[in-house]
Design a protein around this ligand. Structure first.
Ligand code: IMP
Ligand code: MG
Length: 176
């Protein structure tokens, strides 16, 4: 597939401003209670790094998971596997999963199911982008930075074939 254009839809400045708002919402939700913020590698890495620095809660701990999803485009079967799990204990603590984008919903639903069985005090999700077009499973959102209807998005951690993650703005990739 030939790339025609990489068109910014949210500037670095807009993203930064929105993340400050989310940080305030997260502080309002948890106060000073023990909170483990779990970033989903690799796509959420940059969002995660900015989001956690907008949170004031002194009881925050950070950890990461990595998942891979194998979706077949012509059928609705999806399998998601965890390639890396968290390393710190979450029992009795609040857990906030931080994901880059929710598309079909299968990846976040999988993580939500896995973590909901681990004795966390509460389980919530923070998502950079809620992309509505191809949703197949209803997922539970608590904090959403931006909503888009459709399109393939890159930048600010999101990739196309591992490229464009480093772009500071969120862009739509236009194909020929
Ligand atoms: P799901 O379809 O909701 O399970 O999303 C699976 C994963 O596909 C996301 O976590 C992203 O890593 C990736 N993904 C979905 N849509 C996009 C996109 O527009 N750009 C880049 N990656 C995407
Ligand atoms: Mg992802």
């Amino acid at each position: 597939m030939q790339i025609k254009e990489i068109r910014p839809i949210f500037t670095a400045h807009e993203v930064a401003a929105r993340i400050q708002e989310l940080g305030k919402e997260i502080d309002a939700m948890y106060g000073d209670e023990p909170l483990v913020i779990v970033g989903v590698l690799k796509g959420a890495s940059i969002f995660f790094a900015d989001l956690v620095r907008s949170v004031q809660n002194p009881e925050v701990e950070l950890d990461f998971v990595r998942v891979s999803s194998y979706g077949l485009s012509d059928c609705s079967s999806h399998s998601v596997v965890m390639n890396k799990d968290v390393e710190i204990g979450i029992q009795g603590k609040h857990v906030l999963l931080v994901e880059d984008i929710v598309d079909t919903g299968h990846s976040l639903q999988y993580l939500y199911d896995v973590f909901s069985q681990r004795g966390a005090r509460t389980l919530r999700t923070a998502v950079l982008l809620d992309k509505k077009e191809r949703r197949e499973v209803k997922v539970h959102f608590d904090f959403v930075a931006f909503t888009i209807d459709e399109g393939f998005v890159v930048g600010y951690g999101l990739d196309f074939a591992e490229k464009y993650r480093h772009l500071p703005e969120i862009c739509i990739l236009e194909f020929e």
